[in-house]
Design a protein around this ligand. Structure first.
Ligand SMILES: Cc1cc2nc3c(=O)[nH]c(=O)nc-3n(C[C@H](O)[C@H](O)[C@H](O)COP(=O)(O)OP(=O)(O)OC[C@H]3O[C@@H](n4cnc5c(N)ncnc54)[C@H](O)[C@@H]3O)c2cc1C
Length: 431
């Protein structure tokens, strides 16, 4: 039987496992390795806690994870607990599905000030990622600036604007729920370098902002092209732009918070005394190629929190070719070479929805099965031996199910779970 290791248990990892199973008729043994003791990557740690219907996709991955020829090997960091070269010795093929968990840095004067946080950290904080549980973002401030014009910026703006009651049914972690409940933020600026026709926001997510209990979105119609120009947009974007136009007609009606869309706004400097106090923004215009160019005119936004939602990158792994400018592994349609493949955000960079990872995984699985022969390798037995000798506390899928049951049991009323944020605590439950 061929042995395949998949590194990463997010959508790309499990779609690849599912595809390998389907295409091989189960004649392949698959180990899904993850650095976390819990599976599903950004489904758990990225997708917004108030979007439970989207998170429910994990049930499909669970089905794969519970099949006989698939194992979850959690709490194992590839590159630290086991080297890539060792995995290539143990398995007939190795698929990297490590995602793009690092924030692209904001290259601006003042970006190192306290109160400037990347979206991976901010989103990880409200979603209970152990790496970011201690973030403690400043919420005792009147205004926040969210830099970016994609869905992650929308998630962040919405989470900063919701009332505690609006988190009913979500699995936002307790520390974030409480801190957001005490938040003094009344204005959230969402900044984009270009205009309404250049946003990367989907209609459903944008439309939600028009129905918040205590917040109202605000746009300046002067930023918009003529309405007739909307007809040239692809239907999804046209719908998003219609939502934005509709925001212009909304009245606060007693709602205390405002989500302000600052279009044609390029941040140039962050200032403050030890912590962020203001953001200087240059107005832009579009050139004939629709690129943003500065006009030289600037204005200031007073704010005590800046969240950058400007994209992500895959961290390099020793021995794997890497494209630093694109923040992903060097690959030719998923093939890295020498028995090594990549899928998902580690392959394509941080774009696309959960569903985009499915064809990606299926395509790479096909290549793996066409190219990787059964080399009589040690596979999972060899990995277990190696990790055992190194004293790595491996978490199995059964262990994860115990963690999951404990999270469900301690959930506050109306919430599906209260996530553990401490890895030692999670391991304690398994043992
Ligand atoms: C904030 C945010 C919100 C989003 N919301 C939505 C949404 O609402 N709807 C939607 O369709 N899409 C959404 N997406 C996009 C979606 O989450 C991605 O398309 C998808 O998660 C990418 O899958 P992946 O498997 O490539 O990466 P990931 O989901 O990031 O999974 C990577 C996995 O690899 C593991 N890993 C990384 N390095 C190592 C290592 N060295 N050793 C072992 N394990 C490792 C990680 O722990 C992780 O579990 C969102 C993304 C973000 C960032």
């Amino acid at each position: 039987m061929r042995k395949v290791a998949i590194i990463g248990s997010g959508p790309a990892g499990y779609y690849s496992a599912e595809a390998l199973q389907k295409q091989s008729g189960d004649a392949v043994a698959i180990d899904v390795i993850d650095r976390m003791p819990v599976p599903y990557g950004l489904i758990r740690f990225g997708v917004a806690p108030d979007h439970q219907s989207i998170k429910a996709v994990y049930k499909r991955y669970e089905k794969v994870a519970l099949s006989e020829n698939v194992r979850f090997v959690g709490n194992v960091l590839v590159g630290r607990d086991v080297a890539m070269a060792e995995l290539l010795d143990l398995y007939d093929a190795v698929i990297l599905a490590t995602g793009a968990p690092e924030d692209r840095p904001l290259d601006l004067p003042g970006s190192g000030l306290a109160g400037v946080v990347g979206s991976a950290a901010f989103v990880g904080w409200y979603n209970g990622h152990p790496d970011f549980a201690a973030l403690d973002p400043p919420l005792d401030v009147a205004a926040a600036a969210v830099i970016g014009n994609g869905n992650v910026a929308l998630d962040v703006a919405r989470i900063l604007s919701k009332t505690p009651a609006e988190f009913a049914g979500s699995d936002i972690v307790g520390h974030a729920f409480e801190a957001l409940g005490r938040s003094a933020i009344r204005t959230v600026h969402v900044l984009g370098r270009r205009g309404p026709h250049q946003i990367a926001m989907t209609p459903k997510e944008l439309g939600e902002l028009g129905h918040l209990e205590d917040a109202v979105p605000k746009v300046d119609l002067a930023d918009f092209p003529a309405e007739a120009d909307d007809s040239a947009l692809e239907p999804g974007l046209r719908k998003s732009v219609t939502h934005l136009r509709d925001f212009a007609g909304l009245e606060p009606g007693g709602r205390r918070k405002t989500i302000v869309f600052d279009f044609f706004a390029r941040p140039v400097r962050i200032e403050g005394d030890g912590k962020v106090e203001r953001l200087t923004v240059e107005r832009t215009r579009l050139d004939e190629r629709k690129a943003a160019i500065g006009t030289g005119e600037t204005y200031e936004i007073d704010c005590g929190l800046v969240v950058t939602c400007i994209g992500y990158r895959t961290p390099p792994i020793d021995g794997v070719p890497y494209e630093a400018d694109l923040g992903r592994f060097t690959n030719d349609e998923g093939v890295i070479g020498g028995g090594l493949y990549c899928v998902g955000w580690a392959r394509r960079g941080p774009t696309g929805t959960i569903g985009t990872n499915r064809p990606d995984g299926y395509e790479v699985a096909e290549k793996v099965l066409a190219e990787a022969a059964d080399g009589g390798k040690a596979g999972g037995t060899g990995l277990d031996r190696l990790l055992g000798a190194r004293g790595v506390d491996v978490v199995t899928f059964g262990d994860w199910q115990r963690i999951e049951a404990a999270e469900t049991a301690r959930a506050r009323e109306g919430s599906p779970r209260e996530k553990f944020i401490d890895i030692a605590e999670m391991l304690g439950i398994c043992r």
